[in-house]
Design a protein. Sequence first.
Length: 277
Amino acid sequence: MRHLSSLADIPDMPAPSVLVPTMGALHDGHAALIRAAREIADKDGSVLASIFLNPLQFDRPGDLADYPRTLETDLALCEDLGVDAVFTPSPVEFYPADHSIMVRETLLSRNLCGATRSGHFEGVCTVVLKLFHVLRPAAAVFGKKDYQQLAIIRRLVRDLSLPVDIHGIETVREPDGLALSSRNLSLGREHRADAPRIRRALLAARDLRETGEQRSEGYLQTARHHLLQDAPPGLKIDYLELVDRENLQLLPKVTGPALLAAAVYYDDVRLIDNVEI
């Protein structure tokens, strides 16, 4: 496995190359992305992983400072999984001191996480576009847990005519249903035990589709009830929204493919999850 720590280290990789963009602190969810990338690349292609803690997508400085940094462990995992090369640029090299160009999405980022995380998706679009430019992958994989990010990256590729195929990979979960996330490690014992309620609430709402329910409020009321019933102190709903699965706009009623998405705080730890309806 090649470790590329600088832009100058980037080699020509066997085509087709498949990129797995990460911010590090890798877990089984990232491992699933890497395995999916290997299947897409097949035996004749290559798998690239990037580990870059992107400062542009953090809307709260404290979150950037607190984000786990486990580079040596991450590199070992990548090697064990057969990654061909890992790109780990420094922020100083990746973003010059007078960096002034940002990529802004104006429709899909209005709701869900974009409504409260100012500048977050500008940072995501900017870093992903730059990674695509310097690494030139034929394809890239993103997890469906961050569904809004996946949809925005697909729109980025479409609108800018980028020659990259985007693959969405199913969310990997703990045995109790909690979506895997680096943030799970920050949960206290009581909150970690309670956190699977997010998944249960979304599934309870999804089951309404079998009854023929079309009203968005019906889905939202059911999910909200399950999220808040006997909830422990410190739980707060950041958002709970039902949106069109393609353009992420709010739906008054469900008549086609929809997404029910939630963000929940346990004290200062913010968890997200979603379910397709």
